[in-house]
Design a protein around this ligand. Structure first.
Ligand code: ADP
Length: 354
């Protein structure tokens, strides 16, 4: 049995027919950093509330370190949670915020001192211990909340959108700090976010959630390169993956915009498919015999540029080198990397290409 077993965890709120969470099934090893990502309403908060015990499960089991916690009261779970809203005590200093829980639990004075020192070093709070939360920036407040969580030495950390209130630069810095602290402590962490880039950059494994159901579980690379369905393909990765309407012929040829793009081993009945390809898997070329399209938008990104290219009835986003001089209205040639084509049937499930 893994360190954490979430076995078919399900939740149906009494006033709703729909399942807020349906048979959520996941084993987590000790020390793993898991991200749960999904759009609003996908069941992320519901999952957190079942793990903390703030909501009762409708069905399923939650086992943490060989202990069944499905029905345990929140205070007996040894789980620490960090919220988007920090939830610090405003009348206490940073030091008091961090040590409060340990004092309530009557931990030894020297141990409290040591842990305070260690946590404030880890979270770069050394100069701020006598400040009150109102004098801190959002990033500093979130670091205090994290310090308060780590001194508890819980069996599981739940991080609920901890970066959402921070501006872009702080999000990146605080995200990196969270990952560093995790690597130092080897603390088992479940990080919940609606932001796919946070999930992808921070986690060992990502769980993609939609309408209360797991769509896919995998490493960030798995999820990006081999999405099992169209939802995952389009939810993960920016710019959004290109989606083109295609057709599969009897011999397995895939046809898009009247061009044969590849072959597939497929004996299903649905001949209409969706062909998806990421912007970086289409390359501009100098060969006039390659596919031809017209640029109708250029978004300069600094490190590269995103071109919106009309190709017959389709529109493609192509990632081009930053130095390429490309203007709106220009005709460009391009090739698609056939090995990177993802083909989805009319149920939006990916079909394997040969
Ligand atoms: P997320 O956190 O991903 O936005 P939620 O877990 O909040 O998703 O919501 C999942 C589904 O459960 C939604 O359809 C939502 O309306 C419903 N839901 C969430 N909380 C409650 C509640 N307390 N009572 C009734 N329905 C709820």
């Amino acid at each position: 049995m893994a360190y954490i077993e979430l076995q078919a965890l399900s939740k149906q709120y009494t006033d709703k027919k729909q399942w807020a969470l349906k048979e959520f099934q996941l084993s987590i090893e000790k020390g793993e950093f898991i991200a749960i990502v999904g759009p609003s309403g996908s069941g992320k908060s519901t999952l957190l509330n079942l793990l903390t015990g703030f909501e009762k499960v409708t069905a399923g089991q939650f086992i943490l370190d060989d202990e069944e916690l499905t029905e345990a009261s929140p205070k007996n779970r040894n789980i620490a949670m960090v919220f988007q809203e920090y939830a610090l005590f405003p009348h206490m200093t940073v030091e008091e915020n961090i040590t409060f829980g340990m004092k309530v639990r009557k931990e030894e004075k020297q141990i409290i001192e040591n842990k305070l020192h260690w946590a404030s070093e880890q979270l770069e709070l050394d100069g701020l211990l006598q400040e009150r939360p109102k004098n801190l920036s959002g990033g500093q407040r979130q670091r205090v909340a994290l310090a308060r969580a780590i001194v508890r030495e819980p069996k599981l950390f739940l991080l609920d959108e901890p970066l959402s209130n921070l501006d872009a630069k702080l999000r990146e810095q605080t995200g990196a700090l969270i990952r560093r602290v995790h690597d130092e402590l080897k603390a088992t962490t479940i990080f919940v976010t609606h932001a796919q880039d946070e999930a992808m950059t921070l986690a060992d494994r990502v769980v993609v959630l939609k309408d209360g159901q797991i769509q896919q579980i995998g490493t960030p690379r798995d999820i990006y390169e081999s999405p099992v369905n169209l939802f995952t393909a389009s939810f993960i990765g920016r710019p959004e993956i290109n989606q083109l309407s295609g057709e599969v012929l009897a011999d397995g040829s895939i046809i898009v915009a009247s061009e044969k793009l590849g072959l597939i081993d497929y004996s299903g009945n649905d001949k209409q498919v969706i062909v998806a390809i990421r912007s970086e898997d289409i390359q501009l070329s100098d060969n006039k015999n390659d596919q031809k399209g017209t640029v109708h938008e250029v978004r300069y990104m600094g490190s590269d540029q995103l071109l919106s290219v009309k190709w017959r009835e389709e529109t493609l986003t192509i990632r081009a080198a930053a130095h390429a001089e490309i203007v709106v209205g220009q005709e460009v040639n391009f090739v698609m990397n056939q090995n990177k084509l993802l083909i989805f049937n009319n149920k939006e499930q990916q079909l394997r290409i040969e």
